[in-house]
Design a protein around this ligand. Structure first.
Ligand SMILES: [Cu+2]
Length: 146
């Protein structure tokens, strides 16, 4: 009788876990199913051509000794680009020429303390200059493939 009770308890737990897992996983399929890519096409003129789906990839750029490493980075569209401040002082990564910054969709100019990083998703293809606004001699180039 006791082992029967234990078996029943285990089976109940297994069913609860199974249902929970199903309920947890199920909602994640909804955004894809209800994805209306045409609804926002006019508004998203400035935020890249298409939504980003599929595998998440990332790439890193370091600011160190007054330089970007690499100083010329090429990534595929939708890549998450991490900009690390490995300087001893603050940095302020910005896109475009110094004092004539480009407003890239989703890119927020952020002061980085030493050891901090900033991440943005490269949604809009093109070739952009990259500089440290606090040290405008620190320059690089980032190319985002279509
Ligand atoms: Cu600047």
């Amino acid at each position: 009788m006791k082992s029967g009770t234990i078996m029943f308890t285990f089976l109940s737990l297994a069913i609860i876990l199974g249902v929970s897992a199903f309920l947890l996983l199920h909602p994640y399929q909804k955004p894809d199913a209800t994805d209306s890519s045409s609804a926002h096409s006019h508004e998203s003129e400035n935020t890249g051509d298409k939504t980003c789906t599929g595998t998440i990839t990332s790439a890193s750029v370091l600011i160190r000794a007054g330089k970007f490493f690499p100083d010329n980075l090429t990534v595929n569209r939708c890549t998450y680009v991490e900009i690390f401040n490995y300087e001893k002082g603050e940095s302020l990564p910005a896109l475009g020429e110094h004092d004539d910054h480009i407003h890239y969709p989703g890119f927020v100019e952020t002061v980085l303390a030493p050891g901090k990083y900033y991440v943005f998703q490269a949604t809009k293809p093109g070739t952009y200059l990259l500089h440290d606004h606090l040290h405008d001699a620190t320059k690089g180039v980032i190319t985002i493939n279509p």
